[in-house]
Design a protein around this ligand. Sequence first.
Ligand SMILES: [Zn+2]
Ligand SMILES: [Zn+2]
Length: 341
Amino acid sequence: MLQQVMTEPKKIVFREIPIPEPKEQEVLVKIMKIGICGSDIHVYHGTHPFTSYPITQGHEVSGEIVKLGNKVEGFCVGQKVTIEPQVTCGTCYLCRTGKYNLCENLKVMGFQTTGTASEYFAVDADKITLLPEEISYDEGAMIEPLAVAVHAVNQSGDITDKNIVIIGAGPIGNLVAQAAKAKGARSVLVSDISECRLEIVRECGIDLVVNTKSKDFGEAVLECFGKDKADIIYDCAGNDVSIGQAIKYARKGSQIILVAVFGKMANVDLAVLNDHELDLNTTMMYRHEDYLEAIQLVKDKKINLVRLMTNHFSFKQYQEAYEYIDTNKENTMKVLIDVQE
Ligand SMILES: [Zn+2]
Ligand SMILES: [Zn+2]
């Protein structure tokens, strides 16, 4: 079978290796689709702080079970699945107390351990989550980013009837907006400086958008929600401007969730954060329950994943996919790799 290997930044090769034999507790998955996300792009550019080369990528994935290890129970050949890419130690404080997304020894497939970008992938059965038949392989590969969004929204507790602002309309911002709406938010406003991304947000059923290139963020919040402003602001952009807007325009005593990953040290006004008793919270990846919730939301047709799919490349075109993303940054949301011919 073929396996993708990034040998150094911007250099992808394919090597021929034997199809792995699943160990006792493993299943063998025929990989169908892989999504490319912002973190993968950092690896491609050599700017991911926690990845070294060579590395096989792939962590947003769907496939079909083709073989079971001797001791695997509860799965069968032919099932449509996705894989949770966190490899955890199971023994640290966080693992012992259920917060394994924060494992002290966390390794993520495609970053610190071999990813799924191969025609077949053997993986521990406990990393497998079943996909219902009505969810396509394309959608299946997007359950991972949706689980990120679901976990982020769940960090704010019950959001029923809350007014929500999302800064940043990239794939994660878009999915946080859709997840917030699906989970009962009263009203959701999304801000960005890309008209194209805001249009996609609109087409995904979010009514309120603002382009902060042409309109002041604070004014837009007042216009949409009145003097009480928003109950929760999610920063899905992760730069000094976005977190600065969140802190400056948040209602006193309200909540800010930092979803995006900062590329460098932030320069923010902690005096205002403090004076306004703002509740700044963060979010890191997801856990199994977020996967289950994400799958249910898609099954219930409460989330539009298809509108986020920009285009497809074949497995051997992995490199072209990145080159395409680099030259079409503004207009690209989710690029998918069709692993099988
Ligand atoms: Zn990702
Ligand atoms: Zn651990």
